[in-house]
Write a protein that binds this ligand. Sequence first.
Ligand code: GLU
Length: 481
Amino acid sequence: MTSIRTRFAPSPTGYMHVGGVRTALFAWLLARQSPDGKFILRLEDTDQKREVAGSAEHLIESLHALGIVYDEGPDIGGPYAPYKQSERLDSYRKWAQKLIDAGRAYADPYTAEQIEAFRNQSRDEKRAFLYRDHRPTNPPVWDGKMPLRFKSDPKSYSWHDEVMGDLHSGPEVIDDIIIIKSDGYPTYNFAHIIDDAEMNISHIIRGQEFLSSQPNYMNLYEALNIKAPLFATVPHILGESGNKKLGKRDGAKDVLDYFKDGYLQEAMINFIASMGWNDGSEQEIFSSAELIEKFSLARIQHSGARFDEKRLLWLNGQWIRKLSLDDLYNRCAEFWPESANQVGDDVKKQVLALVQDRLKTLADLPLLTSYFFAEPTPDWTMTTNNNQLSKLSTDEIVTLLNHAKEALSNSNYDADSLQQTLNSLLETTGQKPGILFTLIRIAVSWAPFSPALNETLSTIGRDKVQSRLQNAIQAAESASK
Ligand code: GLU
């Protein structure tokens, strides 16, 4: 069997979105499944007009951030360097010349206006427009300034796609495509065929948008006498509604932005792999190692995969819980509220341990932890808007807060003792936890959620708990004035 060599071949025309990541990920997983498999990064930078400065670096940074490590690529070289199409022009010329010599490519002499006239004519005659219907009888010698067109050989094809199964096409879809443009650069249609052949690529894994051109590629493979690699066409990613291709507006954002928003690499990989692929079981959480073990092209679905950002959020929460405290702590550096700067690692770790189960993204840290580091500002509406607490009068609330303050001033401050203190407070006040504990929780944190009350109190510490309860009493009194 030949070795598995897959490639990710992005054009540096912008940022990397989840669709691109998924193609790269599937190609990487396939290569990693075989002991001598190789995954290659190739930059397809032949469309000068669409190129965006910095985009190549950005793509590389994104792959690094995702842990999708390539074995050969523009910045690391490899046996088939260069891995950037703009540096391989000689190669495309050489192959184009072979086609010219074999009478299978010709210079396209037409102006844009002439082509427009051909198109209009086909439309008036209700025929499909095909370049091959307008081959010049005496084409000029190609001077490198005119487009060079492939002289196709229209025929039917049947082929196997590793994802889509057995596919067929008729001769009507075969046409004379441009192989070298008037600016001297090859088209994607031509360049990728040459590169995949020269780089010994075993599988082409790419998006559905290329499927309609596949018959033309087959025609080119034949004319060039190149053995085609295996094809695996991955379906579109659809927006949340599930009926439209994912666009910028519905979440096709830059993958690096997800990291800035506090998503973990593991969750991103898990999420993206499961868009259009599953292993046939109910399992939802997959590490990269498990994906490498279980992934197969045959289990990629044929129809579009829905992009479900809520699922990503859920997966992220799951992955945050799975990390060890130290590992999670190391990834949080950028996300702490500023007020946390004044405390040491130990305190921050203690706080992190309390909220680990509640974090959905690392960016939730400030909301969930600020009150451990800085004095929260009482917001009395949090009590009046609370279903349970709104049943009490301000006087009742103040009385409860005074009881709590008293009991907590005498308690030991380890979590167990505090739990006992809180339990006896329930008895002495005759309140339900839903009221008493909620009130104390709000009064010491003024945050929408907090971890177990005894642990929260223990971490905040006696002095601060006392002063915050006193502030809450004052807030209640000024609210009632
Ligand atoms: N340069 C193409 C793109 O960015 C790559 C398609 C392929 O993988 O062959 O869409």
